[in-house]
Design a protein around this ligand. Sequence first.
Ligand SMILES: Nc1nc(=O)c2c([nH]1)NC[C@@H]1CN(c3ccc(C(=O)N[C@@H](CCC(=O)O)C(=O)O)cc3)CN21
Ligand SMILES: CC(C)C(=O)C(=O)O
Ligand SMILES: [Mg+2]
Length: 281
Amino acid sequence: MAAPSTTALYGGVANRRITIRDLQLAKDRGERWPMLTAYDYSTARVFDEAGVPVLLVGDSAANVVYGYDTTVPVTIDELLPLVRGVVRGTSRALVVADLPFGSYQASPQQALESAARFLKEGGAQAVKLEGGARVAPQVEALVGAGIPVMAHIGLTPQSVNAFGGYRVQGRGDEAAHRLLQDAKALQQAGAFAVVMEVVPSEVATEVTRALHVPTVGIGAGPGCDAQVLVWQDMAGLRGGGKPAKFVKEFAAVGDVLRDAATRFGDEVRSGAYPAPEHEYS
Ligand SMILES: Nc1nc(=O)c2c([nH]1)NC[C@@H]1CN(c3ccc(C(=O)N[C@@H](CCC(=O)O)C(=O)O)cc3)CN21
Ligand SMILES: CC(C)C(=O)C(=O)O
Ligand SMILES: [Mg+2]
């Protein structure tokens, strides 16, 4: 097993879970950190062992776990069991649960009821929700109730039907200014971090400098405090189609798995597996 590349986030720290305070101190020290999605016990264990300090049970499970076209249809009841698995698979990573579409927009009370389920029934340590200043009341209610909140602005996939597709957000002076105002409003409401998805690098850098809480980029350039990717994108387990421009495949897990499944099939068909060492007498 490759040794985990320990960052100062973990430096000298005993085996305990990362807290939102650790993430704030990392920004204050100018340290970048990684975040990955996770949707089950086995992969969460691997990412926890690798020293990834934050794992997100994303509503992207809609796409990569359940096979929906967008994140719009996925429900709390579909995401909760995934959160439970990820929490059981981790001892050090902070686990963030994505609030799905329709579970928080109606009111701060609805947001509180939804987020409480992810903490009480799922065991998550924080939640994430999409939107700008309009959801600041939700963020304030959750933070006031003791629930850490990660905000998410820019390309917010739950609004795909309003955007009319997946497009760069925050382009142009007016849109860039609105993004900055949204980020400040969410920080003011108490968000402990702000995800920025598919925005011009220059804009993301400006927002990162303007905020005291960490920014987490996905397609937002190198100026953010942290970076997040969907793990299947990061590891090269693609469901087909061309990956987004921001994706870097750090492995070819899809090829490795296909090869393993093919060889298993070949050996079953030939009788080579199971061999004597796999048998009981
Ligand atoms: N596997 C996976 N990875 C993700 O990053 C992801 C999901 N699923 N599901 C939920 C959302 C949807 N996301 C998306 C989906 C499409 C683009 C996309 O088509 N991007 C274009 C940008 C087009 C432009 O230039 O405006 C690209 O080519 O990168 C980006 C993010 C990010 N999220
Ligand atoms: C890509 C991240 C930010 C996300 O929201 C998700 O995976 O659902
Ligand atoms: Mg999401």
